[in-house]
Design a protein around this ligand. Structure first.
Ligand code: RNT
Ligand code: ZN
Length: 418
């Protein structure tokens, strides 16, 4: 059977369930996912030579990591050719591209240091998102940045974040689409702190100072990412969930939830509807924590599906900024990226193909037996046939076909990188 024939069968089956597969495909096509640039080079960046710090870690040393902006861009292009739809690119400040012999520190970066990325995005009709980089740098003192007791340290990072707002606005202006700028700090303590409030107060004041930077709120969406712990910061993090939610709400910025940043039995899927009641827009880092905030590649697993469902069934696709955040250095990086991107799209499609109205009705009318039955039956509907059609209509390889391209790319390009 051809893809069309299989899709036609699937279409009819879903139709009987009251689900319009054509509409689902049309909706999915319009959802951009912000692809994180940092899967391509293990979060190394181009502005310094030190190790990855901040309590995050990549493990593995699979050959072929991108070493230059050109290599990273080529790798991103390869991934985008294997992922259906049109997406965005998420950059960190550490991916500044300096001219020959040029270098400035992070407090002095300017739009021009990102011009090559803007050109790259323009040529591909993509939007850019941005992140100040408050790790992997000598001005991170005792694991502290914006909450440091040392004013010089705080001032350096305040200047960095303000510079990043200006760069984000430049992205938005050049590309004609708002730029999401996410602030995440690693700050915390390995052991029981004697004072939990002072670092948080300083973080609050530093953020307030950053927000005095003038910017167009239609162009730059600033968000704040929380965290529960980091490596070497197991006992306390300054930017906890409560801090972040309350700060974001009171200052009218966006909260960002990374699903690797909660206690092991907490789920982001359950938090999404609560946030949707109180915020116009929220942001996500979709990742996969395995026992800790390990940033494994996103799979088509239960929680990823549940996250997508909470957004789709609440009609909130345009109120959520989707970004991926994982870094696996133990496998082919192009494949890691592609699997993660395709999987989150699958999760969205899976949610779009769920008879959401009907299920909701069953709950509201107390028909909980039937609700369980139907939720389970829907799981074995021919989802794959609809996904294949989506790949086909977007001109990317269907099913595992894309992997051949990765193997070829590894042979021709990645294996030649020393
Ligand atoms: C760290 C946060 C943060 C980073 C990226 C590189 O735990 O998740 O989002 O992963 O900024
Ligand atoms: Zn994150």
């Amino acid at each position: 059977m051809t893809t069309e024939e299989r899709y036609e069968e699937a279409r009819k089956m879903y139709q009987e369930l009251g689900v319009d597969t054509d509409a689902a495909l049309g909706t999915l096509k319009k959802v951009p996912i912000s692809m994180h640039c940092w899967q391509g080079d293990d979060v190394t960046g181009f502005d310094q030579e030190g190790p990855l710090t901040g309590g995050i870690q990549t493990t593995g040393n699979y050959p072929g990591k991108a070493r230059t902006p050109e290599e990273l861009m080529a790798d991103i292009d390869k991934v985008l050719s294997l992922v259906p739809g049109k997406h965005r690119l998420n950059l960190h400040a550490s991916y500044a591209i300096f001219g020959e012999g040029e270098w400035v520190d992070r407090d002095k970066i300017e739009p021009k240091h990102f011009k090559k990325w803007v050109d790259f995005a323009k040529e591909r009709g993509m939007g850019l998102d941005f992140n100040p980089t408050l790790f992997s740098h000598r001005m991170v003192k005792d694991n502290l940045t914006l909450s440091s007791p040392d004013k010089n340290v705080r001032d350096f990072w305040i200047a960095h974040c303000k510079a990043c707002i200006r760069i984000s606005e430049y992205f938005a202006t050049e590309l004609g689409t708002p730029c999401l700028m996410n602030i995440w700090i690693p700050d915390g303590y390995k052991d029981i702190p004697a004072d939990r409030i002072s670092p948080r107060r300083r973080f609050m004041e530093s953020l307030d100072e950053i927000l005095t930077q003038e910017y167009d709120k239609k162009k730059v969406l600033i968000c704040l990412e929380s965290k529960v712990f980091g490596i070497g910061m197991e006992s306390y993090t300054v930017g906890s969930s409560e801090f972040t939610m309350n700060y974001a709400m009171s200052r009218k910025i966006l909260p960002l939830m990374d699903n690797g940043h909660y206690h092991p039995t907490e789920v982001v899927s359950d938090k999404i509807p609560s946030l949707l009641l109180f915020y116009d827009k929220i942001a996500l880092h979709i990742t996969r924590p395995v026992r800790w905030d390990s940033d494994h590649v996103v799979l088509f697993d239960d929680e990823t599906k549940e996250i997508a469902k909470e957004i789709v069934r609440n009609d909130a696709l345009d109120r959520v900024c989707f970004g991926l955040d994982f870094f696996d250095a133990s496998i082919n990086r192009i494949s890691a990226w592609t699997v993660g991107m395709r999987n989150f799209q699958k999760a969205l499609l899976y949610a779009l193909l769920s008879p959401n109205k009907k299920l909701q009705e069953l709950q509201e009318t107390g028909k909980l037996t039937e609700l369980m039955m139907l939720q389970e039956e829907v799981k074995t509907y021919p989802f794959g046939a609809v996904w294949d059609e989506f790949c086909k209509m977007n001109g990317v390889p269907e099913r595992e076909e894309w992997y051949k391209e990765v193997e070829k790319y590894e042979q021709d390009i990645l294996s030649k990188r020393a």
